[in-house]
Design a protein around this ligand. Structure first.
Ligand SMILES: [Ca+2]
Ligand SMILES: [Ca+2]
Ligand SMILES: [Ca+2]
Ligand SMILES: [Ca+2]
Length: 465
């Protein structure tokens, strides 16, 4: 058993960090070749503190982000921009948008974009053509909005693609619908509570049928949460109802962490908003629900990859001062996922509401770097009397902080991909008051990969393979 307070003595931060309240600026970079590429600004009165999505549409990268009204009377909308940071198309909606937008469909010609709009019982799913953001189908009649991510997959293997998503409110459920029409195929509604969460899908038990895996947020009568595994027709395979924290607000990830050829379920269970004061944990369960370990973490999201090239997967994430909250530590944590033990920790100046990290080769070093953001937003979760701020940190495979950027507002989830098809990686970070900032790197990468914490463009949760 380790003691997490041992990492407190780290003195990487002898110099105080200056905070700019003007445009974002680089505080520190130890990586050659990272340069600012462009900044897209949302129209006046529209901000974004959510995630971005990127896909190739008509041979070009298209970046989409949900725009949120900052002031009463402003409409929200989805904005699609090109690799140069220019607006390509947009939609407008009454009411807020949910945090995730997702490109859907294996076929680039017929690529779709999905997002939720509206509030409460007025919530609806919008599935648009990615080309012009024109509606393909819209479904309403939900009891509440969903604010998790979408998965598209051919769940029964019959050649037709399905769309999986979760619905919030009093009658929460997980839905499988026809991707082309939105027609519901099945739903699972037994004690489902998911907010901001992400589902995963894979054949975890190697029986030839895909399983749908997700966690719930304090959904059981005794206040515990669950990890739920469904078969491809929505039937329950098993559920573990003994999770102490919130397992519904974090990504669900599937990876073979112990090299036995079977996928394990990785889930961060958090202490939502400091509800019970426990330190968030990374849970690792096998395909049949046996728990391999539960290891203290202190954050709300990990990204998974073999960052140091030793043949074993690491889980890397930032502690979080609010949702996942150990409210004392400010540090980046790297876990050896085969054992659940810590490999390294690195102190950072401050954390709050950290986003989903992105792992990619971004620097000159061997191995993979991790980019993670954190921020105290102007709205949700704001600390009264404090100026909003955001930070982005990039860590080398060994945990050295190699790049650091400050924002005058909440820094949203980063996205990294080769947007301009020149074979080198770019990365983007949205920020609450209405910017998307893009940087260029000299790291070679594949044009086809759009890495996200949930395992690439299809967001299946399958990672590390
Ligand atoms: Ca299976
Ligand atoms: Ca395994
Ligand atoms: Ca490794
Ligand atoms: Ca590029």
């Amino acid at each position: 058993m380790y003691c997490i307070s041992q990492t407190h003595g780290n003195s990487d931060w002898a110099d105080p960090i200056k905070i700019s309240l003007a445009a974002p600026y680089t505080v520190m970079s130890m990586i050659e070749g990272i340069s600012s590429l462009w900044t897209f600004r949302f129209p006046r009165g529209i901000g974004t503190h959510y995630s971005l999505a990127c896909s190739r549409v008509n041979g070009e990268a298209l970046i989409a982000g949900p725009g949120q009204p900052l002031h009463a009377g402003t409409k929200s909308g989805v904005f699609a921009i090109d690799s140069g940071g220019h607006l390509v198309s947009r939609t407008y909606h009454d009411g807020p948008l949910s945090p995730f937008v997702a490109f859907l469909g294996k076929d680039e010609e017929g690529r779709l974009l999905a997002h939720w709009s509206g509030e409460g019982p007025g919530a609806r799913i919008n599935v648009l053509s990615a080309n012009h953001l024109q509606p393909v189908w819209i479904r309403d009649g939900f009891p509440w909005t969903g604010n998790g991510d979408f998965i598209d997959c051919d769940i029964e293997g019959d050649g037709r693609e399905e769309l999986l998503f979760s619905v919030g409110g009093l009658h929460h459920h997980v839905v499988c619908a026809d991707l082309k029409t939105g027609e519901e195929i099945w739903r699972y509604d037994d004690r489902v509570t998911i907010c901001w969460g992400r589902l995963a899908i894979a054949d975890i038990d190697l029986d030839g049928d895909l399983e749908v895996v997700f966690g719930t947020e304090y959904g059981n009568p005794d206040g515990t949460s669950s990890i739920v595994v469904l078969s491809s027709d929505g039937g329950l395979k098993w559920r573990d109802d003994s999770i102490p924290g919130d397992a519904g607000s974090t990504p669900t990830m599937l990876a073979d962490v112990n090299g036995d050829g079977l996928l394990e379920i990785l889930k961060v269970e958090i202490d939502l908003c400091g509800r019970d004061g426990h330190t968030s944990s990374v849970l690792c369960l096998d395909a049949h629900g046996s728990r391999l370990y539960s290891t203290p973490f202190g954050g709300s999201s990990i990204a998974i990859a073999d960052v140091d090239g030793d043949g074993s997967l690491e889980g890397v994430g930032l502690t979080s001062g609010r949702d996942g909250g150990n409210h004392v530590l400010s540090e980046m944590v790297c876990l050896d996922l085969s054992t659940g033990k810590r490999k390294w920790t690195r102190a950072v100046p401050r954390v709050y509401l950290s986003g989903d990290p992105v792992i990619a080769s971004m620097g000159d070093d061997e191995g993979l770097d991790t980019l993670v953001t954190t921020g105290m937003p102007s709205g949700y979760g704001r600390i009264p009397g404090k100026e909003p701020w955001g930070s982005a940190y990039m860590f080398s495979p060994s945990g050295k902080l190699v790049w650091h950027q400050e924002f005058p507002d909440w820094a949203g989830d980063p996205l990294a991909c080769d947007i301009d098809s020149d074979g080198f990686l770019e990365f983007m970070i949205p920020s609450y008051e209405g910017r998307i900032c893009a940087w260029k790197t000299r790291a070679a990468c594949s044009c086809d990969e759009f890495p996200k914490v949930n395992g690439g463009p299809a967001r299946t949760g399958l990672v590390g393979s």
